[in-house]
Ligand binder design. Sequence first.
Ligand code: NOJ
Length: 843
Amino acid sequence: MTFTKLVVLVVLAASAKAADHDMYHNCSRVDVCSQNRELERQERYQVILEGAMFSQGVASFRVQTADGIEDVGLNITAIEGNIFRVQIEETESSRYHIQDVLDGEPTIVNFDDVQLWLTSAEIFLGSNRAVVNFSPFSIEFYVNDVLTVVIEGDRLTLQNEELHTPFTVGVSFTQALHLYGLHEHADYLALRTTAPGGDDPYRVKTMDLTYYELHSTMAMYGAVPVLYGHGINSTSGLFLHNAAEQWVEITNKDVGADAFFMVDSGALDIFIFLGPSTTDVVRQYTSLTGVAHLPPIWTLGYHQCRWGYADQTDVETVIADLDANDFPVDVIWLDIQHTQDMKFFTWNSENFSDPFDMLANLASTHRYLVTLSDPHFKKEEGYFVYDEATANDYFIKNPDGTNYEDECWPGTSSWMDYLNPAARDYYSSLYLYENWNGTTSTLGGIWNDMNEAAIFNEEIEKTFPYDVVHYGGVSNRDIHNMYGYLQTMATHKGLIDRDNGALRPFILTRAHFAGSQKYAAFWTGDNTAEFGFIPISYSMCLNANLLGLVFCGADVGGFFGEPSEELLQRFYQAGAWLPFFREHSNIGSERREPYLYPEDVQATIRETIKTRYAHLPVWYTLFYEHTRFGDPVIRPLFYHYPNDVELLEIDDQLLVGQNILVKAVGESEVESVQVYFPGGENEIWFSAQLDGTTFPGTGWTDIPVTIERIPVYYRLGSIIPTKQTSRPSTTDMKDDGYTMIVLLRNDEMAEGTIYNDDNLSFEYRDSQKYIYADLSATDMLLVISAIDDSDDEEFEIVIDDIVTLTYNDDGTVVKNSYKHDVNGVPLNQMKYQGKEPLVINLR
Ligand code: NOJ
């Protein structure tokens, strides 16, 4: 039996649904956590006034240990947009500084003023200031004179071990009612207090956590060392620019919350975001680490995946069956089986003997293919990637300089060293059409899986041991968390080069780090077919969206196990309102394509998928706004209702943009669910069924539910651009007209935005070829007007229908639907083509 078959059988046979707590280490088994967790608070460092320097937005101080020995430097830099950068490092330092994560060098701005006192220095920046207290040492950050963030000197340690450079630092968010961030954990959105004897600190390390559990602080595939403190008056945040393993102890107080970082290695380099709003903090963070470019629109449609589509006929049959049963779909995915013996960049010669034919067939129905490509390469002489990478020294090394080898899907493998720019370039080049036989642009996306990296070796927690060495002699300890990031960077370049920069690439990654949004979408990995995994997908994707990682989704149906019909429908209904919408299942589970179910189940799933397609204009506009402003696509309620303390912990409801409110149903056989309607009495929420039902934003309300749909609402005062044409794919909808849904109150204006372009290319970015317009409406007048003067006639907006729902003060709703203007001119003859406003008079 081959190794691969054996592994597959093990996966099939595995029945336990809990993570292996013996194999995955807890705090007590990891030095940096166990040795520091109960660190005493005491004065260890003092700032020396002598020699302090202030120039061009950079303040430098010398710091020494309380007994006057160690020499340490402290730099505080002012960065454009209300950001401070704090770097603390020994003068003689061997600390590793990560590269390629920031989206360009941050722009330094001059301080507005500096005041030097005997015991402190004050650095003024706009309405904020940083105060460096010399002894006891701390750095305080004031927002409009309110103390908001403190870097605590009494838990600062800089350690120097033989092979690495651990450090600890405490940060207090003095105004916070809750902390958010530290993605990725399968946990509540609002971070919990961790404490010795209770929960472990949040472990931030990219790991393949098999059978991840709900509400756990265990490390998972992603590691994003970003933390936001949200209080009633302001939000602030930090980003620890470091890719080593970290453990973060959280202590929530009535007001204020503390985070204690225990970091295994690397530089103490912290960016502090002073908001003051949640939107500001998110924008500050994305201004540093970058935004996602617009996804090609087909990636916003429905994705059909399974670890198990084993040959070309299977691919074609699945698509044909989806079509025959009227399920829109844009993408079908191939897992490891498309390869020859798990050798990436090859096709299985028997089952995928004519990939061109398969791709042509898919293209003929406007469907795309995504295939999987992992970072490990089978050790086999004659396998061209293995040979070339070995010859050029592109694999990760053992300390003795030999190629690092261990087990993964193909058996004994080596791992590409993406820290090496030449290895990255080589890997990118593998995606060129001439190098990867049998590919065309219909193979539109790549799935980078197992890139934490995942290794079949339980002795090492199934990931790289720290003594493996990367390019330039860099220890894995220093870059562990960005290994997957570097792979996606290379894949992204590969796809860009492959199509000469003409097409927007799509990459799905499992491992991710700060800034991964620049290159890839991600999903929440191997979830389980249980109800609890539905709400956790909202919590995880909301957290990620706050941290710039906007293109997030979860395996619909649950990767492990068998969803009941009810569970599958609930998974679809929730998943259709996450940015990335894909059904996926483990090879060991039953097939679950939606057409395999009884007609009533199919009907629910069909309506759910069609609802997704109807709202594509909303998704596409939000993704554009993300590229432009750095905003999240889906948002927790507190993002738009920051002052309502009742909703700060809600994480099974989300806002799509600002105007659509969705509640996941994460329980079995419920007849009603509690929905929190935010915003106060005057914020009215209309049922998205458009049946005239409304709810004021006055908090928790019991809402009856049936299996047909989950609660979804539109906000009064908004205009929701939709396309109600039902078609097999997004490509087929390209030229369809819009249905504008207008949610009004008498005499008040409703508003929205709309974006359109060629759906595929970078011309929106490089040549400003797009339409981005304001929508505004009163009950009898709809106006579309340009936000930018960059509009393009090619992408005209044609409206088929306008549906108005007008809310009266007595709570009644009047619904009207228009296909003609007041003069009887069909709406779809009145095109908006950019520059000139289009005014549609319905009176
Ligand atoms: C692990 C991934 O999480 C899963 O989605 C995929 O199906 C398997 N690897 C096989 O490639």
